[in-house]
Design a binder for this molecule. Structure first.
Ligand code: ACO
Length: 318
């Protein structure tokens, strides 16, 4: 499998830490020192699905392809405003892509879960050209009166086109562990007359410190395992693209690996945690900034609610 095209789209509205402190008991100083986030993009007038479509259109054009050459659409999201149709179906219709389309819930590790699924399709020759979109609208599921969660997230969409033009993925691994009540968001129970106890929707709830510890532990374990699977030394990795959840988590991982700062790219300061879009959004920025060279080795690692996590090693050959 090869990444043959990439694109992303973010909302126009920038929300700075100062803007948040005008309606929340928080400060730029607290958010910056605890998380590394300075601002995030938040949907206002745009429609979430338009961001997903725009990212997909850019990725297809970047691959030098047309929509009719896509054989499968996989979309990782947990926050689409539509329960049905899937976000993948909406993108399909909008871009007139004549392929099957499905959504996948891998929370913040959704990009890794979708890559693994795409890899299986390509290896089994069920598809040669796959559009993978990772898009999340976290601003819709957080409680904007809860300073412990809403300051952390932003909205974004990013997409890649995966083809069988090369054998660039050296290893992909996925892991799932018990989540307990550490990280959850709930739909309402609906108005079925057969349910006695009605429940209201619950905005995203998170036990920050437990999630922090889990994130660090899973990242350390996944990175060490994926390096072994790929048969490559950590020093040979040119770029570590870690889930952009907290700069302290990224720094901690970097220090335990004993590697230089310039290998750990980040854009959390500008976008916050964009859930499953976080890694491909960063990858797209690096690519367009000319920082990814053919032959560079990349290590991707993400964790999220579930608890799910995943990692992969790939050679960049776009
Ligand atoms: N502004 C000011 N004060 C705040 C804020 C805020 N935005 N948020 C919390 N505080 C306060 C708390 O109320 C608490 O005050 P108290 O001591 O008076 O009770 C104090 O700051 C310390 O709170 P902690 O939760 O202990 O702060 P911590 O240093 O752990 O930082 C954070 C919190 C940033 C959430 C951290 O735990 C973290 O990053 N955890 C991992 C989160 C993560 O990665 N989530 C994403 C994973 S999955 C997914 O993406 C859906």
């Amino acid at each position: 499998m090869r990444i043959s095209g990439i694109g992303s789209a973010v909302p126009r509205q920038i929300v700075t830490n100062e803007m948040l402190s005008s309606f929340l008991d928080t400060s730029d100083e607290w958010i910056t020192t605890r998380t590394g986030i300075k601002q995030r993009r938040v949907i206002t007038e745009e429609k979430f699905e338009q961001l997903a479509v725009e990212a997909a259109r850019k990725a297809i054009a970047d691959a030098g392809l047309t929509p009719d050459s896509i054989e499968l659409i996989v979309c990782s999201t947990t926050t689409s405003p539509f329960i049905t149709p899937s976000l993948a179906c909406i993108v399909r219709e909008s871009l007139q892509i004549p392929s099957p389309a499905m959504d996948l819930n891998g929370a913040c590790a959704g990009f890794l879960y979708a890559l693994d699924a795409a890899d299986a399709y390509i290896k089994s020759k069920k598809a040669k050209t796959i559009l993978l979109i990772s898009a999340d609208n976290m601003s819709r599921i957080v409680d904007w009166t809860d300073r412990r969660t809403c300051v952390l997230f932003g909205d974004a969409a990013a997409a890649v086109v995966l083809t069988d033009a090369g054998d660039d993925f050296r290893a992909i691994l996925l892991r799932t562990e018990d989540n307990g009540t550490c990280l959850l968001a709930k739909n309402s129970s609906g108005n079925s007359p057969f349910i006695k106890e009605k429940t209201e929707p619950i905005a995203l709830q998170m036990e920050g410190q437990k999630v922090f510890k889990h994130a660090v532990a899973s990242a350390q374990a996944d990175i060490s395992k994926v390096l072994k699977l790929a048969g490559i030394a950590k020093e040979k990795i040119n770029h570590f693209l870690l889930h952009q959840a907290n700069i302290r988590i990224i720094d901690f991982i970097r220090k335990t690996l004993g590697l230089p700062e310039n290998k750990f790219n980040h854009n959390i300061e500008r976008y916050g945690n964009t859930s499953s879009a976080s890694i491909p959004l960063l990858m797209d920025e690096l690519y367009h900034a000319g920082q990814l060279r053919r032959g560079d080795m990349l290590l991707l690692n993400a964790f999220g609610a579930g608890f799910v996590s995943g990692a992969c090693v790939l050679e960049w050959n776009k």
